[in-house]
Design a protein around this ligand. Structure first.
Ligand SMILES: [Zn+2]
Length: 130
């Protein structure tokens, strides 16, 4: 396992269950009520549901490496919903379900909005100076 040290580091820094040395147990995990499995000598590393769901996603790159080494399904979580753009009708991968427009139209919308804002500002300024 290439990333064992990185995983241990992540557990130490981010796992809410990892309590260090406690109750005379080193690398105590309050979820397992025992030693954190990632600090054991087991190869390949054991699975930990808490870690995989709650800690690992904080490190995108490590998550991908970890899951591909274990031939876990990486796509499931990263798969983006396919949406049709409300403006041009093109299918695109949305980052969220609320996203209505494709990247192109979003930029265009943004530009139009800022253009409008600029026009409004100029008008207001004129109103003031007149
Ligand atoms: Zn579009």
């Amino acid at each position: 396992m290439q990333n064992k040290n990185k995983i241990k580091q992540l557990v130490k820094n981010n796992c809410a269950c990892y309590l260090g040395d406690k109750h005379g147990i080193s690398n105590y995990c309050c979820w397992k009520d025992g030693s954190c499995e990632f600090f054991g000598q087991e190869e390949p590393l054991p699975h930990c549901g808490y870690f995989e769901n709650g800690v690992l996603p904080t490190d995108d790159k490590l998550e991908r490496e970890y899951k591909s080494e274990r031939s876990m399904d990486v796509e499931r979580k990263t798969a983006k919903p396919k949406v049709n753009c409300q403006k041009c009708g093109e299918t695109f991968s949305a980052n969220s379900n609320r996203q209505l427009y494709c990247e192109k139209c979003r930029k265009k919308n943004h530009n139009e909005k800022s253009k409008l804002r600029m026009q409004q500002m100029r008008k207001n300024r004129l109103d003031v100076t007149l």
